[in-house]
Design a binder for this molecule. Structure first.
Ligand code: MTE
Ligand code: HPA
Ligand code: MOS
Length: 768
């Protein structure tokens, strides 16, 4: 089955927020954001903006009828700044005007009196000053302190990664209007409709029952709209509520880039101990997460970093500590992988450093330490149904790893202006929200009297194909054609208290609920058929819309059965609730069973570096991935390709640069480079590993949204290996992204490498 949205997208007919027809009298909003990254807000000058053409009203914190608070995990984030400002671009005032250009023009006339306070952009500086979002957390296994004595080799170092802009094609936005009885309806481009509903109700000082949130689809979210769509939804709703008029707020790209948070930069210290035969014995790591100015989802992201600190390796003695550091940058947030990639970059850096010091290929260390069934993760969960070795072996055989490496070596012996590097990147990613309670979902299924079906869930379609998957699940379970099934918008009045569409778990959680609802409907219809036709219930089934009795066609089909059930007053509606079984986590011990299952895979990446210019090509990425029993292979392959390229971009070219004043300098696509069609490796080979899948996965098709991003980490190490093929004494810092500038410095710059990198994880640029 093709992606349901394919035709609509190609024809430009698919509806996004900005395509929703606006009502007469709609006002357009624009946001005034703080010009300084930290200070006391002494006063606002709104007079000139108020007199500007078309301006109807300007709202500030003083106009909020309820609580000025949108913090999701920690209540530390006002909707509109009050008293202090904490980052550049922090929303301070909302201009409402007759047209969008008028609103944006008026914003430029606003001025603020702010007395500046010291600005922190570096997480290590924040940690030293005790500026932590939440108390630090430590995961432990065994006892590294005593294990060091047994290690033949001990490697120490630092690894840093930059942030990443989500660059969803559709910018953040919302359209809100008053509804009968003092309510408000919000169309929001959000991954978390319930989050928008909850915080809008809080800001308006009303109940959640008066706020309806509806989502058609997103032009991409990638985590950037899990929590951070709330601001714009609540602001539009505030305007609609105060003025009793429709209000539309869509961020211009430039505002979206500078006002919203991104993937967290991290700076981390590691110490890795190995035995003489390259077994990993002990690992100590300290993560400093650059959280930005408010908690947002940072504590949860931090937790997932700890869960993925050892990637897909078993290390018997582990101590991993993580600090969430408050800085004066926009609050950083969820981004595909959710802290996992940051944790995995550090262990891969440690292994690369060990390989280089011991003079062995990194893949020798990686391969010898892959997880196996019966072992235990540092957080207490037992390793089960582990495909780490199977995916590695399959990749090594299919892609002839040894010969491939030999070819790369031969190439390097005969070439000087180009050098090649190879890296293997195995992954292990835990599927579930790490907050156990969030692993629940509901579905509402109506069968209409003509036999068509409407399905509502909490799942948000953001390009990942979840709607197509839900239709497949409903059609398969009911035994009917997918053409009869319609996926409704995601709406808080039809499916309430939803978890955000995130954690790669959307299809599993919502799909299981759809499956349960459809199973109940099917059973009810079969019972009705048994009564009507005087047949044994046990022998009845429905396949391809035909009712079968003991495998032979009975005297009714789907349409007739539905119609006759209606006339016999049999309910044709079902609501189901699903909660992933056997999940728990005890934060006091940092142990439990947090994940429904894990996804594994192995990628091999080849890069060629131009040793004169420092530029490079990613020639090939060939990977073996554990999809389980994929029932939408086209969509799942698309997720692998998209996730991989997003990971490649993060590791190579996407460089977020904030200056010491907390101003984003790489604030346009002329300065912030993202992968395009030409960045896609010439060879991109995605192989499906033969596995039975997992019973907790929907129809045994494993979650696929986030895991492939981490294959992209291989690019960093492939490029690094190519640099060292040219200059073996080079020791490129573990500082992602590995831009052509950094490559050039490592090829020809001074040794040992001294790169202009701050521990904020972004290039240091003096305040301009
Ligand atoms: N794919 C597309 N096309 N657009 C997106 O915004 N988000 C990613 C991933 N794939 C995203 C995407 C992220 S961050 C997650 S968590 C999952 O999709 C969410 O959807 P799922 O749970 O259905 O996999
Ligand atoms: N993953 C993604 N999003 C989340 C999570 C998680 O584990 N927890 C809360 N939001
Ligand atoms: Mo994805 S980062 O869990 O939205």
């Amino acid at each position: 089955m093709h992606n349901l949205d394919a035709a609509g997208h190609v024809r430009g007919e698919s509806q996004y927020l900005d395509d929703i027809p606006v009502q007469r009298g709609t006002l357009h909003a624009a946001v005034y954001g703080s010009p300084l990254a930290h200070g006391v807000l002494q006063g606002l000058h709104l007079e000139r903006a108020r007199r500007a053409p078309g301006v109807v009203r300007i709202l500030t914190a003083a106009d909020i009828p309820g609580e000025n608070q949108i913090g999701g995990i920690v209540p530390d984030e006002p909707l509109l700044a009050e008293g202090h400002v904490h980052f550049q671009g922090q929303p301070v005032a909302l201009v409402l005007a007759e047209t969008e250009p008028q609103a944006r023009a008026a914003v430029k006339l606003i001025e603020a009196d702010i007395s500046p306070l010291p600005i922190i952009t570096d997480p290590r500086v924040a940690a030293a000053q005790g500026e932590l979002i939440v108390p630090p957390r430590t995961f432990r296994l065994g006892d590294p302190a005593t294990a060091w004595a047994e290690c033949a080799h001990i490697i120490e170092g630092t690894a840093e990664n930059g942030g990443q802009e989500h660059l969803y094609i559709e910018t953040q936005g919302a359209y809100a209007y008053p509804t009968d009885g003092g309510g408000v309806r919000v169309h929001s481009s959000t991954q978390g409709p319930t989050a928008v509903q909850r915080h809008t109700a809080r800001v308006l000082g009303t109940g959640m029952h008066k706020v309806e949130v509806d989502v058609v689809r997103l032009g991409g979210g990638f985590g950037g709209k899990e929590d951070q769509a709330t601001t714009w939804g609540a602001l539009a709703a505030l305007g609609a509520y105060v003025l009793r008029k429709p209000v539309k707020l869509v961020l211009p790209r430039h505002d979206d880039l500078r006002m919203t948070g991104k993937r967290h930069p991290y700076t981390s210290d590691f110490k890795l101990g190995l035995s003489a035969d390259l077994k990993l014995l002990a690992y100590e790591v300290t993560f400093y997460q650059n959280a930005g100015a408010a908690a947002d989802l940072s504590p949860a992201v931090l937790e997932r970093t700890l869960f993925h600190a050892c990637n897909t390796y078993f290390i018997p003695n582990v101590r991993a500590t993580a600090y969430s550091c408050r800085t004066n940058l926009p609050p950083n947030t969820a981004f595909r992988g959710f802290g996992g990639p940051q944790g995995m970059f550090v262990i891969e850096s440690a292994i690369a450093k060990a390989a280089e010091q011991l003079g062995v290929p990194a893949y020798d260390i990686q391969r010898r330490n892959l997880l196996q069934d019966g072992q235990v993760f540092p957080y207490g969960q037992r390793v089960q149904d582990c495909n780490a070795t199977q995916s590695w072996q399959t990749a090594a055989e299919k892609f002839q790893l040894e010969q491939w490496q030999a070819e790369v070596d031969r190439f390097n012996q005969t070439h000087y202006t180009r050098k090649r590097g190879l890296a293997v990147m195995p992954i292990c990613f835990g599927i579930s929200f790490t907050k156990t309670a969030m692993n629940q979902a509901r579905a509402l299924v109506h069968i209409y009297t003509d036999g068509t079906v409407g399905v509502s869930t909490g799942a948000v379609e953001m390009g990942q194909g979840v709607n197509t998957k839900m239709v497949q699940v409903a059609a398969r379970t009911l035994g009917i054609s997918p053409g009869r099934v319609r996926l409704e918008t995601t709406n808080t009045t039809r499916v309430a208290n939803t978890s955000p569409s995130a954690a790669s778990a959307t299809a599993d959680l919502n799909g299981k609920a759809v499956e349960m609802a459809c199973q109940a409907l099917r059973a009810r219809l079969m019972r009705h058929a048994a009564d009507e036709l005087k047949l044994q219930y046990e022998g009845l089934e429905i396949r391809d819309e035909q009712v079968l009795d003991a495998g032979r066609p009975a005297d009714t089909d789907w349409e007739k059965l539905v119609s006759s059930a209606y006339w016999k007053r049999v309910s044709l509606t079902e609501n189901a609730h699903y909660a992933t079984p056997d999940l728990w986590f005890d934060q006091t011990q940092e142990k439990g069973n947090p994940f429904a299952y894990h996804v594994y895979g192995t990628a091999v990446v080849q890069a060629t570096v131009d040793t004169v210019r420092g530029t490079y090509d990613l020639d090939a990425v060939r990977l073996v991935h554990d999809f389980g029993q994929s029932f939408t292979p086209g969509i799942d392959r698309g997720q692998i390709e998209g996730g991989l390229v997003q990971g490649l971009g993060w590791m190579t070219m996407e460089e977020l640069i904030y200056n010491q004043e907390g101003r984003l300098l790489s604030n346009a696509l002329s300065t912030y480079k993202v992968p395009d069609l030409y960045s896609v490796p010439a060879v991109l080979d995605v192989e499906f590993l033969e596995t039975p899948g997992h019973p907790n996965a929907i129809l045994r098709a494993k979650a696929v949204g986030e895991p492939p991003l981490m294959y992209g980490l291989g690019a960093y190490f492939a490029i690094r290996n190519a640099v060292r093929a040219f200059r073996p004494e080079a020791r490129p810092a573990f500082s992602a992204p590995i831009t052509p500038e950094k490559v050039l410095l490592n090829l020809h710059g001074p040794l040992p490498t001294t790169q202009p990198v701050t521990s904020a994880g972004s290039a240091a640029v003096p305040a301009s």
